[in-house]
Design a protein around this ligand. Structure first.
Ligand code: ZN
Length: 97
């Protein structure tokens, strides 16, 4: 494992603790109601409509339009790995829109 590192430091940031509140809020909601945009073809739609393959290590969710991988989720005993490189964005509805 390579930890975060880098010679450049402008000091203009908060540390990862600033993510605690937002992440808690985000993952307290049903992400299947969120809308994801495929990084490969640009298609966008509800996460619930992705094609999830559970026979890979973990879960692999593919774009129903182009079948490229949008999301991977691997759950270990003490950690989860969420790979979203295949999604340009995830829009998560929070409360009343
Ligand atoms: Zn796609």
């Amino acid at each position: 494992m390579t930890p975060f590192h880098g010679p450049y430091d402008d000091g203009d940031y908060a540390d990862g603790n600033a993510l605690a509140g937002p992440l808690r809020e985000i993952f307290a909601v049903d992400l299947t109601a969120a809308s994801g945009r495929c990084a490969h073809c640009g298609a966008e739609g509800p996460v619930a409509l992705l094609r999830v393959y559970a026979h890979a290590p973990g879960l692999v969710a593919r774009c129903p339009s182009c079948t490229e991988v949008v999301m991977r989720l691997v759950r270990g005993p003490n950690s989860a790995w969420l790979d979203l490189r295949g999604a340009t964005s995830i829009r998560i509805p929070l409360g009343v829109e």
